[in-house]
Design a protein around this ligand. Structure first.
Ligand code: PEP
Length: 253
């Protein structure tokens, strides 16, 4: 049985102070929630303070990326060990904004993934097609390539602890979410590939999140799809009431 996960990707929003206020407000709103893994991903600067504010609660903390080397002359970069020590237990990898704006590729996502696993972080690996690729009928082929290359060298045992987020690029920050049927089709395809490459046991344990304009009003129908195990939420995770409502929308799955 896969535990649903709701993860909020705050991108480059929230100062340390704003992030801590958010967590303090979120705590009582979700204190009674069991059975949903709740994660927030603040900017690097707020990871430590958010982890302190979330200590002994049901809220986990994620980084939004990391560098694959342990340390070195990599100005502007942060390593897996560094975010782990700061209090992160998860890391988002290969988000489409990283791919389009900062040059992430399936190869670098794979390197970051290996570093994350070595540091005992739970990776949330993002894959997803552009609108052009969807309209060109390439969605499933694009997902296959991103998934295969990003997970190169991963064992079945490791896959069980990895989270994959299907985030169609055309649905991110646009207010245009994939329909439950579109999400369901992509997720069932992804799980089929994971079964083929890693075996049934590992594939059944790997959680598949949907991301792309998830809101309190659409989480229930998306998560009702058999292979949708939760959501990676951008814009709607910045408001505490809306994020808490999305968490509640995943209850009882
Ligand atoms: C995201 O950035 O991962 C995302 C899904 O954003 P939004 O929910 O705003 O579409």
């Amino acid at each position: 049985m896969r535990q649903p996960m709701i993860a909020g990707n705050w991108k480059m929003f929230k100062t340390v102070h704003e992030a801590v206020v958010f967590v303090k407000e979120l705590r009582p709103l979700v204190a009674d929630v069991t059975g949903v893994e709740i994660v927030v991903a603040p900017p690097f600067t707020a990871i430590h303070a958010v982890a302190e504010a979330a200590r002994n609660t049901n809220i986990g903390v994620s980084a939004q990326s990391l560098h694959w080397e342990r340390e070195g002359a990599f100005t502007g970069e942060v390593s897996a060990g560094m975010v782990r020590e700061a209090g992160a237990e998860y890391v988002i990898l290969g988000h489409s904004e990283r791919r389009t704006l900062f040059g992430d590729t399936d190869l670098t996502v794979n390197r970051r993934l290996m570093a994350a696993l070595a540091a005992e972080l739970t990776p949330i690996v993002c894959v997803g097609e552009t609108l052009e690729q969807r309209e060109g009928g390439q969605t499933l082929a694009v997902l296959d390539q991103q998934l295969k290359q990003s997970l190169d060298g991963v064992t079945g045992a490791q896959l069980a602890a990895i989270v994959v987020a299907y985030e169609p690029v055309w649905a991110i920050g646009t207010g245009r979410n994939a329909t439950p049927a579109q999400a369901g089709e992509a997720h069932t395809h992804l799980r089929g590939r994971l079964r083929q490459w890693f075996g049934a046991d590992a594939a059944e344990q790997c959680r598949l999140l949907y991301g792309g304009s998830v809101k309190p009003g659409n989480i229930a129908t998306l998560i009702a799809e058999a292979d949708v195990d939760g959501a990676l939420v951008g814009g709607a995770s910045l408001d505490v009431a809306s994020f808490a409502e999305i968490v509640r929308g995943a209850l009882g799955r």
